[in-house]
Design a protein around this ligand. Structure first.
Ligand SMILES: CC(C)(COP(=O)(O)OP(=O)(O)OC[C@H]1O[C@@H](n2cnc3c(N)ncnc32)[C@H](O)[C@@H]1OP(=O)(O)O)[C@@H](O)C(=O)NCCC(=O)NCCS
Length: 336
């Protein structure tokens, strides 16, 4: 009994130290992991992947641990409090912005040959979601989720917003109201499109779009058709634009979360977006703001992978250019 108690205590001590190799040492090779309201996983490789995701998305400490063991030491249970911070958005869960939470948890263990052979976790997921609701800063804006005709009243202010943000680095597009209004028509007429709008006092200050690839323009579909993708599987995420004063408050997380949820609901197998790629530009380019930071690592954190072989070519005029020409955009893909 004492050995089993020490085993479970060591397990949580290793978890608190984020010492993955020490924790894996305590597990049986055939470890079965029943994830709370999730799937059953088997083997140390899956457990290691689970721990990697946990430590990347959450900073958690197990407190007030109580371990109970049965007579022959083959079974144990534990009750404890998790003191946590949600540091990076976990797949399929609401956006992270360092929200703090405290969660009462229960776990059941089976022991074989002195190692943990099963972990079954229980906690109240709804309670956790309630605790990590968007922080005050984000809720002072209204975030709307619109479709089709609902977008119509906002088309003109949205076109203006896109024009304004596109003039900045990295886009540097010299767009026109006509071009943007025309582009937005696709969203008004496509039944499965999604538009996430950020309103402050009825003024549109941010927006992000998405729609099934089959309804997008031919130039966005072409690279996928050329590489034999099934267009029906793909949900296209359009540009995200936000006025500068509303940035760095976590709104981009909401843009991705809402659009990926719409893609899943539609039944898409992957979400894709295409980004202006200025990675080869001169870092001293005077058009590049001094505090500009590429978003690549953020997109990777969300599970997107850059595919330089998938490029869209779009007719656009850049600021300072006399005429429009084809500008390349590189696709990023995520399997849902
Ligand atoms: C891209 C844009 C919508 C981001 O909106 P935002 O609400 O400021 O972004 P968030 O506050 O949600 O930040 C999301 C992540 O982006 C990264 N990020 C955003 N702005 C950044 C900046 N100025 N410097 C470094 N990282 C930045 C961070 O990694 C951040 O994640 P973290 O908070 O977990 O570290 C906004 O900056 C914008 O409109 N930019 C111009 C248009 C554009 O480039 N669109 C993107 C391509 S479609």
């Amino acid at each position: 009994m004492q050995r089993t108690k020490a085993l479970i205590e060591n397990y949580y001590e290793a978890f608190n130290r984020q010492d993955t190799s020490a924790l894996l040492e305590l597990l049986h090779d055939e470890i079965v992991h029943d994830i709370n309201q999730g799937s059953k996983e088997t083997g140390k490789k899956d457990f290691a992947a689970f721990l990697e995701r946990m430590h990347r998305c959450y900073k958690e400490t197990v407190k007030d641990l109580i371990v109970m063991v049965n007579k022959n030491g083959a079974h144990a249970s534990a009750e404890f409090m998790i003191d946590g911070t949600y540091i990076a958005t976990d797949q399929g869960l609401p956006p992270a912005s360092n929200q703090h939470y405290e969660l009462l948890c229960g776990a059941f263990f089976a022991i074989k040959h002195g190692k943990i052979s099963r972990v079954t976790m229980y906690y109240n997921l709804n309670d956790w979601i309630k605790q990590i609701k968007p922080p005050e800063t984000a809720t002072k804006f209204k975030i709307l989720h619109l479709k089709g005709n609902e977008i119509l009243p906002y088309v003109s202010s949205l076109a203006n917003l896109r024009m304004q943000v596109f003039r900045e680095y990295p886009y540097l597009y010299d767009s026109t109201l006509d071009y943007e209004t025309n582009y937005l028509q696709t969203y008004v007429t496509s039944p499965e499109c999604v538009m996430v709008l950020v309103l402050d006092n009825q003024q549109v200050v941010g927006a992000s779009t998405g729609l099934p690839m089959q309804f997008e323009k031919a130039e966005f579909q072409k690279p996928f058709i050329d590489k034999n993708f099934n267009i029906q599987d793909i949900f296209y995420l359009g540009e995200s634009v936000l006025l500068p004063t509303y940035r760095r408050q976590g709104i981009y997380h909401h843009f991705f979360y809402e659009r990926e949820a719409a893609a899943k609901k539609f039944g898409a197998k992957m979400t894709v977006f295409c980004a202006v790629d200025r990675s080869l530009d001169d870092p001293l380019d005077p058009r590049r703001p001094k505090d500009y930071a590429p978003l690549d690592s953020y997109w990777e954190r969300l599970g997107y992978v850059k595919h330089p072989e998938l490029c869209a070519y779009i007719e656009r005029k850049e600021v300072g250019e006399k005429t429009a020409s084809l500008k390349s955009r590189v696709f990023w893909l995520k399997t849902l």
